[in-house]
Design a protein around this ligand. Sequence first.
Ligand code: ADP
Length: 239
Amino acid sequence: MSETRLAVNDVSVEFTGLRALDHVSLSVAAGEVVGLIGPNGSGKTTLINAITGQVKLATGTIAAGDTTLSGLSPREIALAGVSRSFQIVRIFNSMTVMENVEAAALAKGASRTVSAERAKGLLAELGLTAKADELGESLSYGDKRRVEIARALAAEPRFLLLDEPAAGMNDAETETLLHTLAELPEKRGLGLLIIDHDMGLIMRLCHRLHVLASGRTIAEGDAAHVRSHPAVIEAYLGK
Ligand code: ADP
């Protein structure tokens, strides 16, 4: 299990007239947190969409451990152990917090009893127990984001891909989220890939960073290496 890697190998994605990803390779090990950063339009969300089967690959392959993901449907990829959150929160407004998380476990094929137990545990883990009976629509933005993460975890993934989990959160909510996320890899043997514009969050949370610009990898490594990399400074300052 500790050897399991999510491996993106030489992946390109093309939209009409545009190469959004250009031969990108990246890997995330179980228990590791990797930050995916880069200027707007650099291909970060497209890379997550490629991993979860939402866009087709023009080149390359993607695998989780021994399972080849490229060519599978989003549902098959989720069943193979790769879950995600979206930039725009997707939860059920007319269901309670508990029902939202239970529904995600049921969708993965867990029984009612197991789903209820799992959901209860996840609400506790994400600090949502007091909100269990509140409707999705009545939640604050930060709580909605937490419910979405709980829903993704309810599938018991091996890899979790988070697209701007702290977007729209205030400082206190971001801090709580940071602590919750920081515990996940060790506790669950989970590999995390995170996109966020909050560099404070990214630098504190991630073991490694992967930097994209115009669909290409321009740097990768630890925070100190990436921060001082000339190509990164140039991409961010837009020279
Ligand atoms: P980022 O997440 O780094 O901001 P994206 O992955 O969203 O970047 O976008 C990369 C490039 O691909 C952008 O130029 C964007 O406009 C384009 N793009 C993304 N999705 C689509 C799509 N479905 N159709 C056409 N172009 C797209």
